[in-house]
Ligand binder design. Structure first.
Ligand code: G3P
Length: 220
């Protein structure tokens, strides 16, 4: 399983990259707004920090315009993957882009059918938003299990990688791994929570205390 960071904040990406366990980045216009810099500047800086797929979202809504915008975005950096919103125009554009070798990530996916369409169009990645489904009173993680099952029935997981997105807490990451999802994109705060366990903290404290006690004993 791969971990991506879901952030357009350069400082967050820099810190997460220093851990050596992050292999990609996902961004969107809302994350870019929060980061407070022009979007292109943020993602180009991020590309210097993480050598892996970096999803950058376009805003065009008509197939021809999506294709033109995606070609432009993908020309900024070799690792850029263009996020395209689910829909008839988006899927039409993804089909054309995939035939031209432009990598895409179909975003705002909330059903198995949408995920199947993304794979059939040749998307490199598909992003089901599990947290938003949970917020809506639905079971986000069940969608991941269902997509993995349906993709595996036809070998589609070899063509299109599922990125579990809209992750809200560490349990989402565990359940995504149990479901066999290849990638989870995780906000910085949740990534930091993944390191934590109260027994680890207590264990470190005790080992340090005992080490100090042993040193003191042998100094006497
Ligand atoms: O990767 C998609 C993600 O950024 C959406 O998350 O928390 O806005 O639902 P959220």
């Amino acid at each position: 399983m791969k971990l991506f960071i879901d952030s357009a904040n350069v400082n967050e990406v820099k810190d997460a990259a220093s851990w050596g366990v992050i292999s990609g980045v996902t961004t969107n216009p809302s994350l870019a707004l929060k980061a407070g810099k022009p979007y292109k500047d943020s993602v180009l800086e991020i590309a210097r920090l993480v050598d892996g797929p970096i999803s950058v979202e376009g805003v065009a809504m008509k197939a021809g315009e999506i294709v033109a915008e995606a070609k432009e975005i993908s020309s900024w950096h070799k690792n850029f993957v263009v996020k395209v919103a689910m829909g008839e125009e988006g899927i039409k554009a993804v089909r054309e882009l995939s035939s031209k070798g432009v990598k895409t990530n179909v975003t705002l996916v909330f059903s198995v059918n949408q995920a199947l369409l993304a794979a059939l169009a040749g998307a490199s990645f598909v992003s089901p938003f599990i947290g938003r489904l949970d917020d809506n009173g639905q079971d986000g993680m069940q969608l991941i299990r269902d997509i993995m099952l349906c993709y595996k029935n036809y070998g589609l997981e070899k063509r299109t990688s599922v990125i579990v997105a809209s992750v809200r807490h560490p349990l989402h990451v565990i359940d995504a791994a149990k479901a066999g999802a290849p990638i989870s994109t995780v906000p910085y705060g949740v990534l930091r929570q993944m390191f934590k366990h109260s027994l680890t903290d207590a264990g470190i404290k005790k080992f340090l205390e005992d080490h100090a006690a042993l040193e003191a004993l042998h100094k006497k």
